[in-house]
Design a protein around this ligand. Structure first.
Ligand code: ZN
Length: 275
């Protein structure tokens, strides 16, 4: 599931080639039209001839802001990829996979394709983000803005929640952008066990979490951007320390990495160096 780092790297990569450009065509795969929370026919009719004014990210959503010529009628295409959504950027040279949900053709022969392996993604085409995208306004601050928030504000925010740490980090009302994979990585970095309750944290644990969140996220963005062979559609996460590495050796202490949950959505951590 793409989380903040994947979507942020994607935004950095595909923002410049699409921002300011006209959408020349929008096609929807007839077999996947049900993923659009909006009539498919309107989608294909209304997107072309619009200009993409910006590509931004909010939590786990990628947001294409568009306007019709002359600066009028802003409308947003919002994609929440959920478990199996991926983006693919290409031209006519890359064949369209069967998992394609929609393709935007943008002037300059760029194609932005949204693929979905699990058909769980949510796609909105709206004129009012707050009213039309569920829970939009409930999203907390961006997780990568924790450092600029400062430790005191972070502590106050943290103490409003009672969840186990794993659930807390994935709670978009606490911070927006973190899911199953990066919550494992952040807790490993902070040396905290995922099933600990927030109330059990000592001040130094809170500080470790405060430091680990932006560190893990920024390192991941760098790792993704530094990989020239990175394919958006495959989501290579080899750089991770524990997530999806159950049974392997912890890179910090050499202990065997534990796994709870399913293979599809594992919870990984190290009993040797997380407390
Ligand atoms: Zn360890």
């Amino acid at each position: 599931m793409p989380e903040l780092p994947e979507l942020e790297a994607l935004r950095i990569r595909i923002g410049p080639p699409v921002e300011g450009k006209l959408i020349t065509a929008a096609t929807v795969n007839p077999k996947k039209g049900h993923l659009l929370r909006y009539p498919v026919d309107n989608f294909a009719l209304e997107l072309p001839a619009r200009r993409i004014t910006s590509l931004t990210r909010r939590g786990k959503h990628l947001v294409f802001a568009t306007e019709l010529g002359g600066g009028g009628q802003p409308r947003w295409l919002v994609v929440n990829p959920m478990l199996g959504g991926r983006f693919q950027i290409g031209g006519d040279d890359i064949p369209v996979p069967a998992t394609e949900v929609f393709t935007l053709r943008v002037e300059g022969k760029v194609e932005v394709r949204y693929l979905d392996f699990r058909d769980m993604g949510r796609i909105y085409w709206v004129s009012d983000l707050s009213r039309e995208v569920p829970a939009w306004d409930l999203q907390g601050p961006e997780a990568d803005a924790v450092a600029s928030m400062g430790l005191d504000v972070f502590r106050k925010r943290l103490r409003r929640f009672r969840d186990e740490l794993k659930d807390l980090l994935r709670n978009q009302e606490f911070l927006a952008g973190i899911g199953n994979a990066y919550s494992d990585e952040i807790l490993w970095e902070a040396r905290l066990l995922p099933l600990r309750r927030r109330a059990s944290l000592k001040p130094e644990d809170e500080e470790a979490l405060f430091r680990a969140i932006p560190l893990v996220l920024s390192r991941a963005i760098e790792a993704i951007l530094a990989n020239p062979k990175y394919e958006e559609s495959k989501q290579d996460r080899k750089f991770m320390a524990v997530h999806m590495k159950g049974g392997q050796t912890c890179p910090r202490c050499g202990h065997r990495i534990s796994q709870l949950g399913t293979n599809r959505e594992p919870l990984n951590f190290c009993r040797g160096c997380q407390f």
